[in-house]
Design a protein around this ligand. Structure first.
Ligand code: LLP
Length: 444
């Protein structure tokens, strides 16, 4: 089973494979998500709007809990965080991975237990560490040698903080160069190959303020194969055995990070979660038995696969331009709410959702409204030839790394976030307004 094949998915049956499972077609040609017509959401909350299907997020959390019953599943907040997400993942029994004081404080002030939070970051600011220690974060993942003394000093005499070490296992995987983090040619972690990781472990073990609970690795993102995880796990177990041999310490935890790939368009591959769970477990048991090591508790940190497919971006068409043989459909959002096509060349499958059209489909480029030619949302998509200003377009699989990477470009303002669930829609995050900009801009 892949996580896109959630059971009882009527959406999949209707040719809407990458849409939330609750998606249904309406008689006039529109779509409803979570029982709410998208056109109604546009009327009520305006566009652009990001629609989050609460049932889909919760269902995905449960799929993880079921697939990994003996592991700790931590939701990677960087994919998307708001107070409702904090509540949903907590209620579904997941922990949280954060990488800044901002994510951490939002989670804790929304009621998330700090002990179930892991703090990451290749360059943690004094504010990040201060918040982590003040709030009592469960684990801090050490990413560079200079953090060891820094954290120990901040903890102070008599205190003790649980930490892990981020290891670079030398495995290359991931959907794009910018999101491959498993090899030594990038900024994260401590190298397995040059001995940096083991040296850091030795130093941490010498610090009474630090309790080393285990090792961490995150090899990349948008990975659709199980194999790289198995290779990484084998290397991590090897390092754990060497640590036991060298220092007599058996580490109780192993965090294999996230990176689980999803389909953005029908027909694209997704990581098979059940296979990942089964084969990781088997590899762990086998590898530990061979090294005569007590198997550590497994942690995983999925972000995209929890929230990505639960989100739909909803835009109004503002302009349609025919230039030579090209058709440009310009909408009221763009790279300020979704920089992913510009950054990673990612392709999406938008759809007309406000009416039916019998017009012949045409190859279209969906572009944003920003002052930049690279402001493209989707290339080579087939949309009805009669698409016109006022139509509504919706982009599925919009829940991860879109709003969390949104910018203030052109002062367009970040979109509203609307939750849908069992036939009702409610505003989670309001649209950013001129007033918001004005209140931050205090100079003259
Ligand atoms: N754990 C760590 C330490 C991470 O750095 C990340 C993602 C995750 C877990 C979650 O990975 P996921 O399951 O979401 O793939 N902006 C890029 C993705 C960057 C991923 C950064 N780290 C994108 O839009 O594709």
């Amino acid at each position: 089973m892949t996580i896109t094949d959630l059971p009882n998915a009527p959406a999949a049956a209707g040719g809407l494979t990458v849409w939330p499972a609750s998606t249904t077609r309406l008689p006039h040609g529109g779509l409803a998500v979570g029982g709410v017509p998208l056109a109604e959401i546009a009327d009520r909350f305006d566009t652009p709007a990001y629609v989050l299907d609460e049932g889909e997020v919760r269902g995905r959390c449960r799929t993880y809990r079921d697939a990994f019953p003996d592991a700790d599943v931590l939701y990677a907040a960087k994919a998307f965080l708001c107070r409702a997400m904090v509540r949903w993942v907590h209620e579904e029994g997941l922990g949280l991975d954060v990488c800044s004081a901002g994510e951490l404080e939002l989670a804790v002030t929304s009621g998330f237990p700090p002990k179930r939070i892991v703090l990451h970051g290749n360059a943690k600011s004094p504010r990040d560490l201060e918040a982590a220690l003040r709030l009592g974060v469960g684990r801090i993942v050490i990413d560079s040698p200079s953090e060891i003394a820094r954290i120990a000093a901040a903890v102070g005499p008599g205190g003790r903080q649980k930490v892990m070490v981020r290891v670079v296992p030398g495995v290359s995987a991931g959907g794009h160069d910018k999101i491959r983090t498993g090899t030594d040619d990038q900024k994260f972690g401590l190298s397995l190959t040059d001995g940096g990781a083991q040296h850091a472990v030795k130093r941490i073990l010498g610090q009474p303020q630090l309790e080393l609970t285990g090792l961490h690795c995150h090899i990349g993102s948008q990975i659709t194969e199980v194999k790289p995880y198995l290779v990484a796990l084998r290397r991590m177990v090897g390092l754990m055995a060497r640590i036991r041999d060298a220092y007599g310490v058996v580490l109780p935890e192993l965090d294999m990070g996230g990176g689980h790939g999803i389909a953005y368009r029908p027909g694209e591959p997704a990581l098979d979660l059940t296979a990942l769970a089964r084969r990781l477990r088997a590899e762990l048991i086998e590898g530990c038995a061979a090294a005569r090591l007590t198997a550590p508790r497994l942690l995983i940190e999925p972000g995209r696969a929890v929230v990505g497919p639960a989100g739909v971006a909803l835009y109004r068409v503002l302009a349609v331009k025919h230039t030579g043989d090209k058709v440009f459909v310009a909408v009221d959002g763009g790279m300020s709410d979704n920089p992913r096509p510009a950054l990673y060349g990612v392709r999406y499958a938008p759809r007309l959702v406000s009416r039916t059209s019998a017009a012949e489909p045409r190859t279209t480029m969906v572009v944003g409204r920003h002052c930049e030619a690279g402001d493209v949302l989707a290339t080579d998509v087939h949309l009805p030839g009669d698409i016109r200003p006022g139509d509504l377009l919706a982009v599925p699989v919009a829940g991860a790394y879109q709003l969390s990477m949104a910018s203030g470009y052109n002062l367009v303002g970040r979109p509203a976030v609307v939750a849908v669930h069992e036939g009702t829609a409610r505003l989670l995050v309001r649209r950013e307004t001129l007033q918001d900009y004005r209140s931050r801009d205090i100079g003259v």
